[in-house]
Design a binder for this molecule. Structure first.
Ligand code: FAQ
Length: 309
């Protein structure tokens, strides 16, 4: 005689067996809402993340660099589209999510509220910001929600290319003149600590982690992923002669991890509350782009109504 189990039990069993949850499967409302929160923040980050780099497309130092940067920024737009589409499978309308961003009700990654002052910042973003994104997203590619995990697989492949192009920009500058070397070091000095903040607050101050880890959305904690990023990035810095701007950084032979200094959490919370160096500028640029693009959305809708209905 087969034993009937509740839908909650079936959901828990799937997670315990390492199975993936798909859009039509039953899921607890809190699981759904946590995914919508996290995935929409992620999609918004990809969109806002285009702005600091977009700033340098017209000023890239050669045609080749311009083409590569243009392709990278277009990739970020594509990432946003995959993730918005994946979020829509949870029953939420994309327009609603985008309105939340523009009304300041939804977060996006703290990292994109810092300015891009020189060409070396394109190197630092690719190497450090995409590097951090890869560490975080390689784990998310194995998360329990099917559409999100599948989006992450493709995105990580593209982020790997972004990461290498950023590292190559800095490596080349470190072989250049004293001024170029200084510029590369200055960019890393400014982007290192904000990159560590991308992983979110420490585990003890992370209110969402317990649920997300129980549901296998997050497979590793914020601190574990931050440590993984530091361990893989410091040797890369050493290889090209960049100095990590942390006097307390040292390798622990016993734990085989780098120990690092104190992150400025006051700065992190100030940035995510809207008071970072560029929060205002980013939202102004984004809402303007949305307003200016209204005719495109209307044209697409009119075309679709005529040809696909
Ligand atoms: N910035 O409880 P937790 C990229 C918020 S994509 C802003 O630990 P959770 C590609 C958090 O939302 C980068 N807010 O939160 C690219 C929560 O607030 P809420 C984006 C942050 O969700 C490269 C509160 O603090 N990636 O870079 C941040 O468990 C180059 C408490 O935190 C993703 O979104 C932050 N850094 O863990 C594009 C990946 N950290 O919502 C262009 C997916 C935390 O309760 C150029 N997301 N908060 O009001 C995640 O993995 C997680 O959501 C974390 C945060 C790890 C970001």
């Amino acid at each position: 005689m087969s034993e009937t189990i509740s839908k909650e039990q079936a959901f828990d069993q799937k997670l315990a067996n390492g199975q993936v949850i798909e859009p039509k499967d039953w899921m607890p409302e809190r699981y759904r809402n946590q995914l919508i929160r996290m995935m929409s923040q992620h999609a918004h980050s990809e969109v806002v993340g285009m702005l600091p780099e977009g700033n340098w497309i017209t000023r890239a130092p050669s045609l080749e660099r311009k083409l590569v940067l243009l392709a990278k920024v277009q990739d970020e737009a594509g990432h946003a589209l995959y993730i918005y589409s994946a979020t829509e499978t949870l029953g939420v309308d994309r327009k609603e999510l985008i309105d939340q961003l523009h009304e300041g009700k939804a977060k996006y990654s703290s990292i994109f509220n810092y300015p891009t002052l020189t060409w070396a910042d394109m190197g630092a973003i690719g190497w450090l910001v995409d590097g951090a994104a890869i560490v975080n997203q390689t784990a998310l590619a194995k998360c329990s929600y099917g559409p999100y995990s599948r989006a992450m697989i493709r995105i990580c492949k593209e982020e790997n290319f972004h990461n290498k192009q950023g590292y190559q920009i800095l490596a080349r500058m470190m072989q250049g003149t004293e001024v170029q070397k200084k510029m590369a070091q200055d960019a890393v000095n400014r982007w290192w600590w904000p990159s560590l903040m991308m992983f979110g607050p420490t585990d003890k101050d992370s209110p969402n982690s317990a649920d997300l880890m129980k549901w296998k959305v997050k497979l590793h904690s914020n601190d574990d992923l931050r440590q993984r990023f530091i361990d893989r990035t410091v040797p890369q810095a050493d290889a090209i002669g960049i100095k990590i701007p942390d006097p307390e950084l040292k390798y622990n032979e016993k734990t085989r991890h780098y120990e690092f200094g104190q992150i400025n959490w006051d700065e992190f919370y100030s940035v995510i509350r809207g008071n970072g160096p560029c929060n205002h500028e980013r939202m102004k640029a984004r809402t303007k782009a949305h307003k200016d693009g209204k005719w495109v959305r209307e044209a697409v809708e009119a075309y679709a109504a005529k040809h696909f209905n």
